[in-house]
Design a protein around this ligand. Structure first.
Ligand code: IPD
Ligand code: CA
Ligand code: CA
Length: 266
């Protein structure tokens, strides 16, 4: 049995309640890397989601950030980030989301991203458009990179990797209205879908960061590919551009112009 978008919305709202309830408490922080951390609330949110999905759809496969793969049918796959924006969350910066994507027969077909602090629920169903709190949303009509507001993010191993994205940041900062860094890749995609940002790019992501947000951006009319221009932005080595179609070629050019350091991750 396939889930409906309403099921994903219900699960995202419930997980969002868990994030809201834990927001002001002191956290048990564990470091997965030097600057990559996880809190007890990431685990609570993920446990809730996995439990509900297992109960309702026992044969489905689940890929979730903190527990990895829960085996099931390859034709029905849930891709979950129980808390996207953990560093913000741990610092009590109210910018974080729950991200739930569902892939049917190898293709993303449903995606929901919930921002519990603003009570903004973004969702998309393949070929049926994107919505925020029930209202249709569209990517911006930007055509000039110089007048475009962009957003990006950086990987947790930015101190050590050659794909640190810093060079791209500098180039875009000098060729656009500005570049923000919100700290939730899922929300970055949704803000492109809502036309708040004109474009988003990032290197070295994981499928759970953008499985739902990428579909929401696509369905809003945004152009979404990896930074090499390939349609598959969920397979490794993973990277993404999600932007207004009118600035896509300009963004792709910036990301693919050879410079004095490595610019690409995919
Ligand atoms: C991170 C956020 C951030 C992005 C990182 C992600 P997490 O996810 O989406 O915006 O720059 O690459 O890993 O760790 O908060 O779930
Ligand atoms: Ca994430
Ligand atoms: Ca996460």
């Amino acid at each position: 049995m396939q889930p409906t978008i309403q099921v994903l919305e219900e699960l995202a709202r419930e997980a969002g309640k868990i994030l809201r309830a834990g927001y002001e408490q002191e956290h048990e922080i564990r470091y997965k890397g030097v600057i990559d951390l996880v809190t007890e609330v990431d685990h609570q949110s993920e446990a809730y989601l996995i439990d509900e999905i297992r109960k309702r759809y026992p044969g489905h496969k689940i890929l979730a950030e903190e527990s990895g793969v829960t085996s099931g049918s390859q034709d029905s796959v849930w891709i979950i980030d129980p808390l996207d924006g953990t560093v913000n969350y741990a610092h009590q910066i109210p910018i974080f989301t729950v991200s739930i994507g569902y892939s049917a027969m190898g293709r993303m077909s449903l995606g929901v991203v919930y921002d519990p602090m603003r009570d903004e629920l973004y969702g998309a169903e393949r070929n049926a458009g994107s919505f925020m709190n029930g209202k249709r949303i569209h990517s911006s009509e930007a055509i000039d990179l110089k007048k475009s507001l962009l957003v990006t993010g950086f990987p947790y191993d930015a101190w050590d990797t050659e794909y640190d994205n810093f060079g791209n940041y500098v180039r875009f900062a000098k060729q656009s209205q500005g570049v923000r860094r919100l700290g939730s890749a899922a929300l970055d995609c949704c803000y492109v879908a809502a036309g708040r940002f004109d474009g988003f790019w990032e290197l070295q992501l994981n499928p759970w960061d953008v499985a739902a947000g990428g579909l929401i951006a696509e369905e809003s009319g945004a152009k979404v590919t990896n930074v090499r221009g390939k349609a598959d932005y969920l397979s490794a080595p993973q990277s993404i551009i999600a932007c207004a179609p009118g600035i896509y070629e300009q963004m792709l050019k910036v990301l693919n112009t050879p410079v004095d350091e490595k610019a690409q991750g995919g």
